[in-house]
Design a protein around this ligand. Structure first.
Ligand SMILES: [Zn+2]
Length: 116
């Protein structure tokens, strides 16, 4: 099992673009399925999740730094800035070198924006 997941991860590393396209299409086709799958997986793999985040954050220090600063500055989530949207927002950065310049976008609108 260990060696299998190692191989799977390795495949993802070497086929990053293909994998991203696959994930995007999948998320678009099965948004709910994806969410519940993640939640189920997350409950049993919290350590793995945080380990991955750690690795990701180390690889993207600018992004991580901006997120931490924004989180400290604006700890309470605000409503999405898209007209008519009432969902709570996530902190969106246009520029990671300006951590306090954020826009509040809900998960859906945030994803739509980063897709472009
Ligand atoms: Zn929204």
């Amino acid at each position: 099992m260990v060696s299998y997941s190692y191989m799977a991860n390795n495949w993802v590393e070497t086929h990053r673009e293909q994998w991203n396209v696959y994930q995007k299409n999948r998320a678009r086709e099965y948004p709910e399925d994806n969410k519940t799958n993640f939640e189920r997986w997350y409950k049993q793999n919290k350590d793995v999740h945080y380990q991955k985040r750690l690795v990701y954050n180390r690889a993207n220090p600018e992004r991580h730094r901006a997120q931490v600063y924004a989180w400290l500055m604006f700890p309470k989530a605000q409503t999405c800035v898209v007209n008519g949207c009432l969902e709570l927002g996530e902190r969106h950065h246009e520029d990671y070198s300006k951590p306090y310049e954020i826009r509040w976008l809900c998960h859906k609108h945030h994803k739509e924006l980063s897709r472009k």
